[in-house]
Ligand binder design. Sequence first.
Ligand code: FES
Ligand SMILES: [Fe+2]
Length: 350
Amino acid sequence: MSTTSSPETNSKRFLAEAAMRRSWFPVARITDLGKPQTATLLGTNLVIFRDGAGDVAVLDRRCPHRGADLSKGEVHEKSIGCPYHGWEFGTGTGACVRVPSLADQAKVPARAGVKSYPVELRYGHVWTVLEDPIRPVYDVARWKGLDLEWLAGPVMDSSVGVGITIENFRDVAHFPFVHKVSMGPTPEVVEPLAVTRDGLDIHMERELNAGTGEWAEDGDAMMYYECSAPGLATITYNYERLGHRIVAGFPCPVDYNTVKIFWGVANEVGYKGAGLEECLRIEEIVYREDLPIVEGMDPREIPWDAEVQEYSVPADMFTLNFRRSFNELITRAKTALESEKEQDHDYATA
Ligand code: FES
Ligand SMILES: [Fe+2]
C-alpha cells in the first residue's frame, strides 16, 4: 500500500486507507476522454482512455516493457499502444495483445499485461476502485425518477484528505465566515440540525430562504443534503418556483492526505432557474472560497487515532454522523481484511 507515512496496520488510519482502496472514486471527467487521461488514486498511477470502439478503460499507467507512460500513447480500436515501442494493452483486460517488434505475435510474453480496474460512468465522471469493493458505486435514491443533465466542474487540487473535504463540503456553520461573498450575510446561529443516518448514508434537510447572495433571485427551496462514506457529498435543491438542481462533490484521494476534487452540477430537464454553466460558475466561487481555509488545516485528515483533541457542538451534528458512517466503512474493511487473512491461513495450512 502506498502511503505518505507508514501507519501501524492495526491503526484506524491504516484501516481508513484500506477502506478507501475498496471504495469507488472518480478518476476522470467523461468530457475529457477525447485523449487518454492520467490519475493517481492512493498512490497508484492510472491511465484512463476511451478506445476506438467507444469502451472506457482504467489501467495501470506504467508500461511493463521498460516503464514508459501509457497515457502518452496512441488509442487503438480495442487497446492502448505504448508511446515507446508500441506494445498494446487490451481495453477490458490490460493483457498485452501485440508487440510490434515480434514477427510472430504468438510469442507475446504471456504475463506482460498491466492491471485493469473496473469502470463505471456516472454523474459526468469515470469511476473506478482499486480492490474488491465494499459497496457499489453511489446511487442516490433521491435522484431516481429525476431526469438529470450533468455538467462536470473544473478539477481542483486540495491538500487535505477525502474525509476533511467531505466534512467541509457539507458543514453549515462556516457559511457566514467563508462564504460572505458568494452567499451574502447568513445567520451565525445554526438551528438544531435534523440529521439521520442509515449505515453509510447520512441525510439532512434544511430550508433555504431567498438570501442576498448569488442565488437571491431563485426564491425559497428545500435543501436535501446527502452524504455517503467515504466520498460523496451532495445537495439537492428543490425550488418552489424552479424545480430541482444538484451540486455534488466526490474528491479522489491522490494519497491519504491529498485529493483532486471532482465535482459537478445537475439540473433536472425543464429546470426554470439558471442554466448548468451558470450554476457551475457560482458553485465554483463557493469551492474557491473554501480551498484556502482547508489548505491550512491540521491534521489534514480526520484524526482517526485521536492524534489531536477536538471539540464539537450541535452544529457539528452532520459531521459527526459522517464520521460514524466512515467508521462503519472502516469496520467493514477490517472485517474484509480479517476474512482474507483467515482464508490465506486456511490455504497455507490446507
Ligand atoms: S516501454 Fe512500453 S513498449 Fe517499450
Ligand atoms: Fe464551504
